[in-house]
Design a protein around this ligand. Structure first.
Ligand SMILES: *Cc1c(COP(=O)(O)O)cnc(C)c1O
Length: 212
């Protein structure tokens, strides 16, 4: 039962006010079933097809969060059931999500992904772009409920902390926001100190992923 053990250990380090998203990408159904049996209901996936297959095979009270870069031609696969799309990283994607939401008559909750890391490879908006989007007329069928970000991959905790604090400061400018998703297996304790309302934890629960 290592997954159950890891889950309980991690939960004991997270305040009840912080949501735990179990990042189950590349994990077999059996791993998700074990986490589900231990009470986990929030799961994060980064590929639409994989999320759809797992959604069809697992209990319906699971809340599915998309955390990976979403291609516009894959939106329709997950729009009917996804709980939260955390990885909205372009205005074009936002517009396409609005179109799909209108088409299927279901409003979609999203987080805007913010680029806080030093690496250019990471996705996300700049703070200025966030301000512009938030000042725009709201898109039909889209509820922007908060922000998501990933810190630099570094062992310098002061840098990680600086990045998370900057994201929290941006989040605090919008009182209607409810969700600040930051922190992964390696840095979630720092993220919680800096005011995360949700942490996204994969390998610390499920062990290493074999495929990338
Ligand atoms: C994979 C992934 C995670 C989880 O990473 P771990 O280091 O395994 O905890 C969190 N957030 C995003 C966006 C990811 O792609």
């Amino acid at each position: 039962m290592p997954i159950t053990d890891h889950l309980f250990t991690i939960k004991s380090t997270i305040p009840p006010s912080v949501q735990l998203l179990a990042v189950s990408k590349f994990q077999p159904l059996s791993a998700l079933e074990e986490a589900y049996a231990a009470g986990q209901r929030l799961f994060g996936e980064n590929r639409p097809q994989e999320m759809l297959e797992k959604y069809k095979s697992l209990p319906s009270d699971i809340q599915w969060h998309m955390i990976g870069h979403l291609q516009r031609n894959k939106i329709a696969l997950i729009a009917p059931f996804v709980s939260l799309i955390e990885s909205v990283d372009s205005e074009r994607l936002l517009a396409e999500l609005s179109k799909e939401a209108t088409k299927i008559g279901r409003s979609l909750k999203v987080l805007l992904e913010v680029h806080i890391a030093t690496e250019n490879t990471k996705q996300g908006f700049t703070p200025d772009q966030i301000h512009r989007i938030m000042a725009d007329t709201p898109l039909l069928g889209i509820e922007i409920v908060g922000l998501m970000g990933m810190a630099s991959l570094t062992s310098h905790s002061t840098q990680i902390e600086r990045e998370f604090r900057s994201l929290r400061a941006l989040y605090d400018l919008y009182p209607n926001f409810t969700t600040l998703s930051m922190g992964m297996s390696g840095d979630y304790s720092i993220a919680i100190e800096c005011g995360a309302t949700q942490v996204r934890i994969g390998s610390a629960i499920f062990g290493a992923r074999t495929i990338k």
